[in-house]
Design a binder for this molecule. Structure first.
Ligand SMILES: CCCCCCC[C@H](O)CC(=O)SCCNC(=O)CCNC(=O)[C@H](O)C(C)(C)COP(=O)([O-])OP(=O)([O-])OC[C@H]1O[C@@H](n2cnc3c(N)ncnc32)[C@H](O)[C@@H]1OP(=O)([O-])[O-]
Ligand SMILES: NC(=O)c1ccc[n+]([C@@H]2O[C@H](COP(=O)([O-])OP(=O)(O)OC[C@H]3O[C@@H](n4cnc5c(N)ncnc54)[C@H](O)[C@@H]3O)[C@@H](O)[C@H]2O)c1
Length: 292
């Protein structure tokens, strides 16, 4: 199988792995970046769009508030302190190059587009200290640290180990994943890693089933929830992830593997994306949602 190039830059020392990560830079403050930034360390959250950063801070505050309500049921003042301290550890910036000057770990979570990601990493590589690890949260393109949505709830972290990932870098990523509360699994740098290699064909087949008119969207989702025990049906999940992200992944794989029938473009998905119906984040995808 063709391997995508690994972008994770290697950490030079193999010792003192965990203490090596003091400052984390998360690039991209959308759905995923805002969740990753909440992981509980000194984080600088970067986005080119400053409105996104304001929205991210609000959503992080709300999520931390939910956690505080549960932990500090009897002591709301302590809960407020917890939220304020956690928010205080998250800085924001709209300048990726300036933000990585003294970073130990970069987790990139920008748009799922190979050229845009490469361009960003080139700039970051020149600006970051030489010991810094560069990892990507890409769903499908190359190695790194793959989180799941919603990040505060989903317990898995896929640590993607490419052919050139050093033992030190790999060990540091595993330790860091554990330190931020995730269960880590390791996968080679193969398209979609473990979860998405199985999940993408499943979601795509569900969209095709619906497109053919074999069952209604609601019935497809009910079937998989009640018949297979999934928390969300495949079309609900596609809306939750974002139909643009679904399309980016599928288009990228189709370009690379045109002979693979499972990766062929889906006219209905393309139509919804071209109409700006990207799922929960725009208020409509396979379903309609109330705007938050
Ligand atoms: C072409 C195909 C494309 C594939 C794309 C792949 C994309 C990607 O690369 C991989 C993925 O991420 S794949 C995607 C992988 N993801 C999946 O597969 C997700 C599947 N869905 C689920 O697991 C569930 O439906 C949810 C957890 C989302 C909601 O759970 P529910 O029971 O229906 O509703 P509930 O009762 O409201 O919430 C329950 C608890 O969660 C808490 N909470 C919720 N949201 C939160 C947030 N944003 N923040 C913080 N906390 C949040 C909430 O407070 C509550 O806590 P409590 O302590 O119990 O009070
Ligand atoms: N949505 C999911 O469920 C999910 C799950 C796991 C992984 N991922 C992956 O995570 C990444 C982000 O996905 P998302 O759903 O958070 O997308 P999103 O559209 O919600 O957020 C992406 C953010 O990146 C910003 N951005 C774009 N180019 C930038 C640049 N050059 N520098 C700084 N910021 C830039 C945008 O302004 C936007 O706010 C993608 O690679 C995606 O495949 C997504």
């Amino acid at each position: 199988m063709i391997q995508f190039g690994v972008i994770a830059r290697n950490f030079s020392s193999s010792s003192a792995v965990q203490s090596a990560i003091k400052n984390v830079t998360v690039i991209g403050g959308g759905l995923m970046g805002s969740g990753i930034a909440q992981a509980g360390q000194n984080v600088t959250l970067v986005d080119v769009n400053s409105e996104v950063l304001v929205k991210a801070q609000k959503s992080i505050g709300n999520n931390l508030g939910r956690v505080a309500k549960k932990i500090y049921k009897e002591n709301p003042q302590e809960g407020e302190k917890f939220v304020a301290e956690a928010l205080g550890r998250i800085k924001t910036s709209s300048d990726p190059v300036a933000a990585v000057k003294s970073t130990d770990l970069v987790v990139e979570a920008i748009v799922e587009n190979l050229a845009v990601k490469h361009d960003l990493f080139k700039k970051l590589d020149a600006a970051a200290p030489s010991h810094a690890i560069m990892a990507s949260n890409t769903s499908s393109l190359f190695g790194g640290l793959h989180f799941f949505n919603p990040v505060p709830v989903m317990r898995l972290l896929e640590v993607v180990r490419g052919a050139e990932t050093s033992e030190g870098t790999y060990a540091t990523m595993m330790e860091w994943g554990k330190a931020v509360g995730k269960t880590c699994i390791t996968c080679k740098d193969t398209p979609g890693f473990v979860v998405n290699r199985l999940l993408v064909p499943y979601i795509c087949e569900a969209i095709r089933l619906y497109e053919r008119g074999d069952a209604s969207a609601r019935d497809i989702d009910i079937a998989m929830k009640l018949g297979a025990g999934y928390p969300m049906g495949p079309l609900e999940l596609a809306d939750y992830v974002g139909l643009d992200t679904n399309k980016f992944i599928l288009d990228g794989w189709f370009k690379k593997y045109p002979e693979q029938a499972l990766f062929k473009p889906i006219p209905l998905l393309n139509k919804l994306v071209s109409e700006g119906k990207l799922g929960v984040k725009t208020g409509e995808g396979f379903y309609k949602y109330e705007k938050k």
